[in-house]
Write a protein that binds this ligand. Structure first.
Ligand code: ADE
Length: 425
């Protein structure tokens, strides 16, 4: 539904879903104590007063809390989906109806609609862009040079988006500061590892209802997301194979107790394949050809490029929906390959994304990254900036406090020891 109410423009599936969205947003809030504290402080201090902000993110209950915190801080915020399949329509409805935050996102939107929403986001003339995969920033740089003077900076929380920002920086086209939220310890140690680990298996189970125990599960990529998927797949009784291109990560996987093989050798063995590399065509025709009949493939990397679905589609004699988010491709050999979530992020297409408890820290980083940009407006050179260490540590401290966990502090003798070099063997 596209509508213009007297108050605000929006494009969501059905405003009638707002009550359900409200309930689910409230539920998620129970697990987001750190972001709640940030929101309460923002409400007092209004760090974004007078600033227009765009967030291109998965429209989930957790993102709702981020948007509410930004609005409490005085931002004129507008939200679009960062993926055509990840929007929770009830959440989008509640943000519009209950919080008066404009949202342009509908689950299942086609690519043309997705791209139109990116243009709508840029029409908002943002000063700060919270991006998730860097599509808004890339479009700004390619098509809206005249708006660059509006920009204070951007924040980016995905590994994929950081790779793109680095490429922009190398090409000399990134003319404003970018906060590398992904690199914060309180982000990738938890969100990428435990968030992706749990939510990916959640998506696979919701889509297929298969038993994971005893299955041969191939995880492509052993970055933080891959580590999480492999860890949790093993925890469910899977026999896990890891594929890698990086020799150090490959050793890590071996010493973490996983078998490491090239994809060509893993392909005939796997019952289930999960790609989390951030690169394209990790599973391609020569792999489909040797897979077992009924092998299941899915992706939990940011973009839908990791599985070469175009080639699979070209090979297939028939493609049919067998369950929601589950399609069977029949091959000329008589075997079939099952693809989940159209090769898009399975944790957000078939499930609800990372649990709130990890997004609490990721989004506290996002919110504080935006505040850092606003406070340092005009003072930062173009480039990628880490979240300041003291902010990262403070987020961890607040999280521990909320979890009721206490830790030790250094004694003065220990502080002195750590700062001296004279006492050795
Ligand atoms: N990315 C992964 N999980 C997410 C979630 N629950 N909300 C927003 N972005 C996410």
């Amino acid at each position: 539904m596209t509508a213009t109410t007297p108050r605000l423009k929006h494009e969501v599936k059905d405003l009638g879903l707002a009550a359900l969205g409200r309930q689910r947003i409230e539920w998620a809030g129970r697990e987001m104590p750190v972001l709640r504290q940030v929101r309460d402080r923002f409400a007092q201090e209004k760090p974004f007063a007078g600033l227009r902000l765009v967030a291109c993110s998965h429209i989930t209950t957790e993102t709702a809390h981020l948007a509410i915190a930004l609005k409490a801080g005085g931002a004129d915020a507008l939200l679009i989906a960062s993926n055509p399949l990840s929007t929770q329509d009830d959440v989008a409805a509640s943000l519009v109806a209950d919080h008066e935050i404009p949202v342009f996102a509908i689950k299942g939107e086609d690519n043309a609609t997705y791209e139109r929403h990116v243009q709508i986001a840029l029409d908002h003339r943002p000063n700060i862009i919270i991006d998730d995969g860097s599509d808004v920033v890339a479009t700004l740089v390619k098509e809206r040079q005249h708006q660059l003077s509006d920009i204070i900076g951007t924040t980016e929380e995905t590994t994929t988006g950081i790779v793109r920002l680095r490429a922009m920086l190398n090409d000399g086209v990134l003319t404003f500061p970018a906060m590398n939220v992904n690199d914060a310890d309180t982000k990738h140690f938890f969100d990428n590892r435990y968030g992706t680990g749990q939510s990916t298996l959640d998506g696979i189970i919701r889509a297929t209802n298969i038993l994971l125990a005893g299955k041969c599960i191939v995880v492509a990529g052993y970055g933080w997301c891959g580590k999480g998927c492999a860890l949790r797949a093993r925890g469910m009784g899977g026999n896990v194979i890891v594929t890698e291109i990086d020799p150090i990560r490959a050793i890590e996987a071996v010493m973490d107790g996983f078998r490491v093989l090239p994809m060509a050798e893993a392909a005939p063995q796997g019952d289930l394949f999960i790609t989390v590399t951030g690169n394209k065509h990790v599973i391609r025709p020569e792999h489909f050809d040797v897979m077992k009949d009924g092998a299941i493939v899915c992706n939990s990397g940011h973009f839908d490029i990791e599985i070469d679905l175009k080639s699979l589609g070209a090979k297939a004699t028939d493609v049919k929906d067998v369950r929601p988010f589950t399609q069977e491709y029949k091959l000329p050999s008589g075997k079939s390959v099952v693809v989940l979530g159209e090769g898009r992020l399975i944790n957000l297409s078939a499930a609800e994304g990372h649990p709130s408890a990890v997004m609490d820290m990721s989004f506290a980083n996002q919110a504080l990254g935006c505040e850092y940009l606003a406070k340092n407006k005009g003072k930062l050179e173009p480039g990628l900036y880490s979240i300041p260490e003291e902010v990262d540590k403070e987020i961890a401290r607040l999280k521990l406090e909320a979890m009721g966990i206490k830790i030790d502090t250094l004694t003065s003798a220990q502080i002195e020891y750590m700062n001296s070099w004279t006492s050795g063997t």
